[in-house]
Design a protein. Structure first.
Length: 542
């Protein structure tokens, strides 16, 4: 088929109009009905092809991940038509690069990896000194008259060695017995060794293997057996419960702090709890059966708090449970979520912000079927993300003013174009493109909150990234046996997720909490992830 033979596209509304004219024509009733059936079949085929393309597009993204996007990431200031690409739900916003500045190429020494030796903070440090040379001694070169001095810049070798997740040390205490009275005398343990079988580091290692790395108890038991250090799955859960008991006061304190947050992000992901599934068999018709893990991220000043809750409640209801802890004198927080009704309970007043990344995905999925229309929308959304990337060092008020000066023109132009497309019936309302347009216009106020309220986020990507921890455990562990087990997992993942989001070591933090469980229970506010090192050093100094 030549280029001139290619059929032009037909608007579905034109076919509907043709069907109406056929009914009013002089055709016989049978011919009219036949023509109508043929045109209806054509409309159905068009609709199915659109849905097929969208479904295949979504399936490819689920299986292989989102592909790279080649749209420009640098919008020009003051040019509404400039475009930029926002991040996908699981990635950071695009960082800007300095223009016109190219760092000189530096050749790396062969054999050196990309990780700096300073990153190995958990490595044992062993200082090596020359047995024959020392600072101040004469240079060993016979032709040199100089003296050696310490450069204070040692040459560093990082040597990695294999070991089990949980190691074991066997202490053989000598036992002496009197030949006359038969009294037994056992040699004492070293001073720094406690008599408990399970050290705090053992409990924390099991906790991180399960809830930070997603390694199920059974797999860890198999791995430990291979190393010759048995650790049954049942014992692992007992040790994890001990850790949860130690950190519970901090978790409850973090919930109270999270209720004070200026911005609350929320989203759900599915979860399987066997005891709840068993209950479902006895529930009456109409009672709620679904199970989900809600992830909530609360932004409080310079800190961020992650909370997980698994059960029958949805994100909106869990937000309400959290807001019950909010003091009545505080202003309404910003609430960010996608437009799903389950995310919005409405029991407490919040400032509604809806995820622009979700709106963007509506058009990414159908871009192949409607390239021109989708390109117009994606360019506008990309420009807003590009402008937002330039506000990272600004205060909330400065960011609001910047978006009002630059993003407002882009979004107002997009809204006018959307309204024009709908009013002039250039898009079929029931098509995938029409539904994407309807999504944008219906939720426009929440999607453009960044133009009205200082500090309003653009998308819900922050909590979606945090939910990956719960998803990792679901994919590897498959299910929780009871609601108690789910609560233990939620508590520990909340602590781990909060440490990660604030770029703190979850190992050091959990170890400090377990080793100082009594102090933590007495003053949990002094043992938060961002203030425990300073307080701990003060206690040790005292």
């Amino acid at each position: 088929m030549t280029e001139h033979d290619q059929p032009s596209s037909t608007n579905p509304s034109e076919i509907e109009a043709l069907i109406s004219r056929l009914k009013q024509s002089n055709l016989s009733d049978s011919d009219s009905r036949l023509a109508e059936r043929l045109f209806r079949l054509l409309l159905t085929l068009i609709h199915l092809v659109e849905k097929k393309n969208v479904s295949i597009s979504r399936l490819k993204r689920l299986l292989f991940g989102p592909g790279s996007d080649t749209r420009s990431t640098r919008p020009a200031i003051g040019k509404p038509e400039a475009t930029a690409v926002p991040p996908e739900a699981a990635s950071e916003s695009v960082t800007e690069k300095n223009e016109g500045v190219q760092a000189p190429a530096q050749q790396k020494r062969r054999g050196h990896g990309r990780l700096s030796s300073a990153l190995y903070t958990g490595a044992e440090v062993i200082a090596c000194q020359d047995s024959q040379l020392r600072a101040g001694a004469a240079c060993p070169d016979t032709l040199c008259q100089g003296h050696l001095y310490d450069t204070h810049a040692p040459s560093i070798l990082i040597r990695l060695e294999g070991q089990p997740v949980v190691g074991a040390t066997r202490y053989e205490q000598e036992v002496l017995r009197c030949s006359a009275c038969q009294q037994r005398y056992t040699a004492p343990l070293p001073e720094d060794v406690r008599p408990e079988k399970y050290a705090a580091s053992c409990d924390v290692a099991i906790t991180l293997a399960k809830y930070a790395a997603g390694l199920p108890f059974y797999r860890l038991a198999q791995l430990q057996a291979a190393f010759g250090v048995p650790l049954p799955a049942s014992v692992q859960f007992e040790r994890v419960e001990e850790v949860a008991d130690a950190v519970l006061p901090v978790y409850l304190h973090l919930r109270k702090l999270a209720a004070h947050g200026e911005v609350l992000y929320a989203d759900d992901t599915r979860v399987k709890i066997l005891s709840c599934l068993k209950e479902n068999q006895h529930l009456a018709e109409g009672e709620r059966r679904g199970l989900q893990t809600t992830g909530i991220v609360s932004r409080l000043g310079a800190h961020q708090i992650v909370l997980y809750t698994s059960g029958r409640r949805h994100a909106g209801e869990n937000i309400d449970e959290l807001l019950k802890l909010r003091p009545p004198g505080l202003c309404a927080p910003l609430q960010m979520a996608d437009a799903l009704a389950l995310n919005w309970s409405g029991e407490f007043e919040t400032i509604v912000c809806k995820c622009l990344a979700h709106a963007r995905r509506q058009f990414i999925d159908i871009e192949a079927a409607f390239p021109t229309e989708c390109q117009r929308v994606l360019d506008a959304i990309g420009a807003v993300y590009g402008f937002d990337a330039q506000t990272r060092e600004m205060s909330a008020e400065q960011r609001l003013l910047f978006h009002q000066q630059h993003s407002a023109a882009v979004l107002s132009g997009l809204r006018a174009w959307l309204d024009q497309q709908i009013e002039e019936r250039r898009v079929e309302p029931n098509s995938s493109l029409g539904k994407a347009f309807a999504y944008l216009t219906k939720h426009w106020e929440g999607l453009t909150r960044v133009l009205v309220v200082a500090g309003a986020p653009l998308d819900n990507n922050l909590v979606e990234r945090s939910l990956k921890l719960a998803i990792l455990n679901r994919k590897n562990g498959l299910f929780y046996r009871t609601e108690h087990g789910a609560a233990i997992g939620d508590l520990l993942m909340s602590i781990i997720g909060t440490c990660r989001l604030n770029q703190l070591s979850e190992w050091s933090y959990l170890l400090a909490l377990v080793e100082h469980a009594r102090e933590v229970r007495r003053e949990p506010g002094h043992w938060l992830p961002w203030n425990y090192p300073q307080d701990e050093m003060k206690r040790q100094a005292a």
